[in-house]
Structures are given as C-alpha cells and as structure tokens.
Design a protein around this ligand. Structure first.
Ligand SMILES: [Zn+2]
Length: 422
C-alpha cells in the first residue's frame, strides 16, 4: 500500500509537536531527568503525533518530536510489541522517496465511551484513534430513578464490550456538570436529582475492572474538537455545549482548564439577570434558564399548546418549515446565549468558540448568524475581529467522542502499564 503524504498535514503536526515538545521540556526541567519519566513522555508525544496525523514515517516522527532516530526506532518497536501501533506499508513523500508508514493500531484495542444527558444516554466502542465503532443511544423516561438509568447504562456497556472484537482497556464517561473530581460524583444535575448519591467512577471500575475516567461533557466536547478539527494547536479554544444544560470546555495550549475542584466552565449557572427566576443551583437568572434546550422546549410547548408535547426534533422541523412562533423563541434563546458568550469573551479572550449540542442542531446557520451579529454589535471591534465563532459540525456527538478521547489520553500517557501486563 502506498500513501501520499500531504503537506498540510505536516504543517498541522508541526504546530502540535512544537507545543508538546515544549511541554515535555518544561516538565522535565521541573521533575528532573529521570530516565523512566523521559521515556514515558516521549512515548506519549509520539502517540499524540500519530493520533493527530494518522500515518507517519519513523524519520518524520524523529523530526516532529525532536528525538534521535535511534530513540524512535526503540519506542516504535516497543509499540509494535504492545500492539498499539503497526506498520501500514509504504509512504511516498513529495520528492518521491519511500518510507514505511507507522500508524495507531485500530483493530487490537479499544475504549468504552459513555455520555449521560438529562433526557438520554449513549454508550459506544471507539478505536484508539478515537473513531466510533458502535454507538447506541437510549431515552431516559420521565421520573426514571438515576439508579435504574445507571443499571441500563452498565448493561448496554457490558453487551458492547462482550461483543467487541477489540480488547476494551479503559472507559471514558462524559457527564453534565458540575462534577467534582475530588469526590468522583456528580454534584448537582439540575432537573435530575439523585445522581450525587452514586459513586459513578468507583462502581464502573468495580464492574468492568478497567480504569474509568470521568469528564464534564463540555470539556469532553472541547477535547474532541481539539484533537479532530483543523485548529491551530496553540490557540485558546472554548466549546460551548448548549444542550439540556449549558456548559463550556476551555482548552488553552492543549490543556483543559479545570480550576480548583474541576468545575471551570459551568457557565450554565452564570447569571445574566440578577432579577431573573430562581435556579435550582441557588442563583437567579442563570444562563441555562434562558437558552438550554429544556428551557426552549418548555416555552415552545407552553406557547404552541399542541395536543402532545413536541420533541426538539419536531420543533426543529416546524422551524425549518417556517413556524414563526418557534423561530421567535429560538432567536430569543440565541440572544440570551450571546449575552453569556459576550461575558466569556471578555473573561477568557478565546481565539475560537465552537457552539454545539442539541440547541445548535436545531438551526445551526440561524444560531451562528444570530449569535455572531449580537456579539459583533456589543463587543469591542478589536476583540470581535480576533474571535472566531463556529458551529460544531461533527457527524457524531462531540461529547461521547470526547469521552473516548479522555480514556485514550490516559492509555497514551501510561502505555507501559496498559500493555506490558496484557
Ligand atoms: Zn443555576
């Protein structure tokens, strides 16, 4: 097999590797040149370069990671022995020279990814490049206890793991926040009480007997875009999940900003109206009371008074067919969202803001146009011009995708622990 190397791909890795090489060096200057640690960090760096690019030759890896060819040869042979990478045939570069291509081995191992929302959940198997192999979704019926939802989720996960031809080595889960990393529990899920009693991480580890990593859904979405979009890697990116709740994942220089206990980006509970209605978090006029899909659908159903409550998909269809009332309510929600985004722009000065989740899927172009217009009118021009606003265009839910990447990142950071015992 011959693979043509694309120049733009090489440029993209350059951005990634510059930043990662810098990070490795910084880390080493802090922790000292412990041989074991150096090896671990070099391995992670190479796996991340392969994750971003798909296929590289050994020479390209050496150049991008700024490592000696001999070091690359050693690490790559270890990886081939672990089964985490493989040789994929011959590459031809722009000058017609041929090299053996190395890529992540997507057939041998995989991770289980879970995404929990207030009204539904999804469970899926992903390969080590973070591509979905099988994803199943299920609705959560009104009034269903969290324990029952959790049981159903586990059942689905078990079935997927058992039927997978890949060995599943870690689990990543994306949940609506706030989630406390200290306690391993969901602190509050507005509109869905009872989750704070379940030690989610502990129970999943006990059942599946593999490491489990939990991340807030918006953080997971941000990671998915960071790894799989064509975005300059040293730019600050903020992913805003405008779904049944509202949250933001913030990535600066390749790292998620988490805060003291991991709740950074809980913008759904940022007040945009101090005289507004009381939210179950205790604050008044929280952003998500105005622009989450739950708030939007409550208004749609209250105003339209159809025989049976509409689903968000049905409302989206009516909007596309020209329903004026739904259009008005959707634009109102977009304006409220834009108020929140304006605050975020001043707080973080991101280069890119990506809007995703249920509300963004209702009418993506309308949301993008409305939010951009609102921001343009109200943010200082010099700042607005340097802020790019996009809509998440992923075919699959960015957040379950990101949940898989959270698990994959741990596998890459600790490859020896994962593979030498297998
Ligand atoms: Zn609130």
């Amino acid at each position: 097999m011959t693979v043509q190397i694309k120049e733009d791909i090489i440029n993209r890795i350059n951005a990634l590797s510059r930043e990662q090489v810098y990070r490795v060096k910084m880390e080493l200057s802090k922790s000292g040149y412990n041989q074991k640690r150096i090896q671990e960090m070099n391995r992670t760096l190479l796996l991340n370069i392969l994750l971003k690019n798909g296929v590289c030759s050994r020479a390209q890896l050496a150049k991008l990671a700024q490592l000696k060819p001999a070091t690359i040869t050693n690490i790559v042979s270890d990886f081939i022995r672990f089964g985490i990478v493989r040789e994929v045939g011959l590459l031809t570069d722009s000058k017609g020279r041929r090299y053996i291509g190395i890529s992540i081995n997507n057939d041998e191992y995989g991770v289980l990814a879970i995404r929990l929302s207030r009204r539904n959940f999804a469970v899926g198997i992903f390969n080590l490049s973070g591509d979905a192999v099988a994803v199943e979704r299920e609705e959560i019926q009104d009034g269903m206890e969290p324990e029952i939802v959790f049981e159903k989720m586990i059942e689905k996960g078990k079935r997927l793991v058992e039927s997978s031809k890949r060995k599943i080595i870690a689990i990543g889960m994306a949940i609506p926040g706030p989630y406390s990393t200290k306690k391993g529990r969901i602190e509050i899920m507005t509109g869905f009480a009872g989750w704070n009693k379940i030690p989610v991480q502990e129970q999943l580890e006990e059942i599946f007997q593999i490491p489990v990593f939990i991340e807030q859904d918006a953080n997971a979405g941000a990671l998915a875009h960071y790894w799989h979009d064509d975005i300059l890697k040293d730019k600050m990116l903020i992913y805003i999940a405008v779904g049944q709740g509202v949250g933001a994942g913030i990535i600066d220089n390749g790292q998620l900003i988490k805060g003291a206990i991991g709740t950074t980006g809980e913008i759904g509970h940022m007040s945009i109206n101090y005289r507004g209605p009381r939210c179950s978090c205790g604050n008044c006029g929280c952003l998500e009371l105005y622009c989450s899909s739950l708030a939007f659908m409550r208004k749609v159903n209250a105003n339209l008074k159809t025989e049976k409550n509409l689903t968000i998909e049905e409302a989206a269809k009516l909007l596309r067919e020209g329903n004026e009332e739904i259009r008005k309510l959707y634009l109102e929600a977009c304006d409220m969202l834009a108020v929140g985004i304006g605050n975020i722009i001043y707080n973080f000065n991101p280069a890119i803001i990506i809007l995703g989740d249920e509300m963004a899927h209702v009418a993506p172009e309308m949301m993008l146009a409305r939010v951009s217009e609102y921001i343009r009118e109200r943010i200082l021009p010099g700042i607005y011009e340097e802020t790019q606003i996009r809509i998440s265009a992923g075919k699959i839910d960015s957040m379950i995708h990101g949940a898989a990447l959270v698990a994959i990142q741990d596998v890459f950071q600790n490859s020896e622990q994962y593979f030498t015992n297998i």
